[in-house]
Unconditional design. Structure first.
Lengths: 181, 181, 181
């Protein structure tokens, strides 16, 4: 017996956009976001807003960013989205102010129920509160809240919520020290 | 003394294809597989078969996949190959039925003998049995067999065989629980 | 209170090249290095030298390499730079002879002072001594020296210096055995 019978999988994901909008976004994502050409951040903000993203001011978007659904994305003021960051937001990703997501970081919102043959997709939102720093190549798992000023070190994997003003490292990410000035 | 004297390295890899076929595959890999354009999976299956892959039915191929040698690839029925999956199959990769390889996973089949100055390439096959789920950004090392219904969690690194119906996490991947329905 | 107030961030990075040179390099990096087309290594060496890299002989450059600043890069003789290697050298990266950097490895030279509101950028050089092998998907952090013949295994993260003739694994990378022939 196979646990996952992928033939029995049902597409239950609510995309949240019409098919033409989805196709158009795939194109714009390729041309302006996944591209290595350093288009101005303000231009990228403009495009994301056209597709329904809720964006603050002065957000920096580096090249080679991959965003799944802009209409499920909210970013506050003065945030940085680094090179090769992958926001795989099948579900909502809410980023508050002054958040830095360093290069190569990965925000994962999808999971599967591996106990069911139908291998149901289960999505969960991600919430990065103000002042959070996600280190290079770090990973945030679905349903994770990173509380204010939390730091996730390079390559760490946040599988549970991160506490305020705390520095985390490793897989799974564990607290190593307080963030003090 | 330097252990690895890369000047003395000998190319011993058996590519398993003629030079024109190899060059053509590099082109097709770039145009149809590494591309972010979502070409239909059935079309990608057709191309892979032309190049000698042994494929079952209803395989889903997401965009941005990197495959080294299709003629050393076998995939069963109802499998999913996620976005940004990298099948670096210098050696044979045998994937059975109902296997899910999530986004960003990496199948590594090459190693070097670091005890020899000639730094000999040593390849090893990978075998993913039916019902296996390889999580996002997970890594499978050479010579690893993932037995039926094994689950490798996000970011985990399988350096040894995975047992049936067992969930693994971490680097190196260690068993954390049974997969029960 | 937010620790990092990204509005107050000052760009202190010394790029080390004129703006036209920087823009030209971004283009050449996209066209010849990040590209999946397997241009000859000798041609890539030629281009890197034009941009101020200090290179030895017989260096192998695989496709899909991302280099930040060639004028802050030095590579000795008989080195290999694997596919999808990312040399994010805001600071100097000095690679000696017979060094192998395997596919997907990441050299990180930037950090931020997370104790300061201004979130100051702090860069640190990386030095890979002769005979070092950086495994696939491994990460080197700023200010790290990998001493002669050190081996960093697949997916490991070097946060401190690696000792001579020693094999390291994990995050953070810890010594597991001596490298003996």
């Amino acid at each position: 017996m196979s646990f996952q019978n992928l033939q029995s999988f049902k597409h239950t994901l609510i995309i949240g956009a019409s098919k033409p909008k989805m196709i158009l976004w795939i194109l714009f994502n390729i041309i302006f976001f996944k591209s290595a050409i350093p288009y101005p951040s303000i231009f990228k903000s403009f495009i994301l807003k056209l597709f329904g993203a809720n964006l603050g001011i002065k957000i920096v978007f580096k090249p080679c960013i991959n965003i799944k659904f802009p209409w499920k994305l909210s970013i506050g003021d003065y945030c940085w989205i680094g090179e090769n960051v992958w926001i795989d937001n099948l579900d909502f990703v809410i980023i508050e102010d002054n958040v830095c997501i360093s290069q190569g970081a990965f925000l994962l919102t999808g999971n599967h129920n591996y106990k069911k043959q139908s291998f149901d997709l289960e999505t969960g939102p991600i919430n990065l509160k103000s002042g959070v720093w996600i280190g290079a190549k770090a990973i945030i798992c679905p349903n994770v809240i990173c509380n204010k000023n939390a730091v996730l070190c390079v390559n760490a994997v946040a599988k549970k919520n991160l506490s305020e003003n705390t520095v985390y490292t490793g897989d799974p990410a564990l607290p190593v020290r307080k963030r003090i000035s």
